[in-house]
Design a protein around this ligand. Structure first.
Ligand code: GTP
Ligand code: MG
Length: 337
């Protein structure tokens, strides 16, 4: 453990190479991963987490690049995780400045970029993203940005891992039905219409405004117990990330949401709700592993598979029989409500 402890210590001191190595270990499901997470946990929880999601090619990375630069210029250290990017970070906005900075060094930007792809990650992208973000948080990064393509599960995961979610769409994103279908309405704290230099901005703006109004109406019709808090008015920002337009307003909008969360323990409540979800998920994983090992023990699974293969059983009947016999044998009483 001595080596790992040294690595953890260095990462906590802000050493980037050690941080990168810890993230790699967590990513590949290294046997030390749980130990790493246990050790760094007390040092995490200080960063502000921002999620950016939207369709492929919407300009998420371009906008993140610009935002990172603004955060840096305002003295923040930033960690960026891009989930399943189809195009790598260019570091464009920052790199441009670095070249200028070599002429007259003024500020040293503190940024850490990391890409992750589902194919390489062991044990689920949602878990790994969260763990990598926590490692960055513990290493002293004040702002963590997670970029993910919004086509499936990952945008729901991002809502579970961040404090402020930006949903980025483009004039070409089509009608409101598509936005609804993608489940983007539920998770957005801030809407960004990027590529506002292109035609169709008015249409998409009206579509989102319509959806937001309808959402308010629907909520008002619901029973109080089912209503979601409606205390946040979702802003819609128009940006042209490639041309650096509207980015300062967006930056301020993010801090606006941050301010909102500071009031009435909203941030604490949001994070606690996320932790509860994570805990539930992890209990399910732990339990299913324990059960699998125990239920299977003493049973000839290969034989059972052969029986299923030869159609003497169907898998569901076989599983039910196995589990109910195991429960009876161990006198386990399961509460069903
Ligand atoms: N016209 C226009 N093009 C833009 C704008 N912002 C980004 N782009 C271009 O859109 C393309 C995709 O940009 P990215 O930032 O890679 O988009 P992304 O959403 O990160 O893409 P993925 O991570 O692959 O989903 C690039 O060629 C950008 O130069 C914009 O405001 N206007
Ligand atoms: Mg990208």
């Amino acid at each position: 453990m001595a080596d790992i402890d040294k690595l953890i210590e260095a990462s906590l001191q802000g050493d980037k190479l050690s941080t990168a190595r810890l993230i790699s270990m967590v990513e590949r499901g290294d046997e030390h991963a749980p130990y790493i997470m246990e050790k760094i946990h007390p040092y995490s929880g200080n960063a502000y987490y921002i999620g950016v999601t939207g369709p492929p090619g919407a300009g998420k990375s371009t906008a993140v690049d610009r935002l990172v630069k603004l955060f840096c210029e305002n003295g923040y250290s930033v960690g960026v995780i891009a989930v399943d990017p189809s195009s790598p970070f260019t570091g464009g906005a920052l790199l441009g400045d670095r070249i200028r900075l070599t002429v007259k060094p003024k500020k040293k930007y503190d940024v850490f970029f990391r890409s992750m792809s589902a194919g390489k990650v062991m044990g689920g992208l949602a878990r790994t993203t969260k763990e990598a973000a926590r490692i960055l948080d513990a290493s002293g990064k004040q702002i963590i940005i997670i970029e993910t393509v919004g086509v499936g599960q990952s945008e729901l995961d991002i809502a579970q891992a961040t404090d402020t979610v930006l949903v980025m769409i483009v004039p070409e994103s089509g009608d409101s039905i598509q936005i609804m279908k993608a489940g983007l309405m539920e998770i957005a704290d801030i809407f960004v219409i990027n590529k506002a230099d292109r035609p169709g901005v008015e249409n998409i703006l009206r579509a989102i405004e319509g959806l937001l109004e309808r959402n308010i109406e629907v909520q008002q019709m619901l029973d109080e117990s089912l209503r979601k808090p409606m205390d946040w008015k979702h802003p819609i920002f128009l940006t042209s990330a490639a041309f650096n337009r509207g980015i300062i307003e967006l930056y301020q909008g993010i801090w606006g949401h941050h301010q909102h969360l500071q009031e009435n323990s909203r941030l604490e409540n949001r994070r606690k709700a996320q932790l509860k979800n994570e805990l539930k998920h992890r209990i399910e994983i732990e339990l299913s592993e324990v059960l699998w090992k125990n239920v299977v023990k003493g049973n000839n699974i290969e034989q059972l598979v052969t029986d299923i293969w030869q159609n003497s059983f169907d898998p569901q009947t076989a599983a039910r029989k196995l589990v109910s016999e195991w429960l009876k044998e161990h006198r386990v009483e399961i509460a069903t409500n």
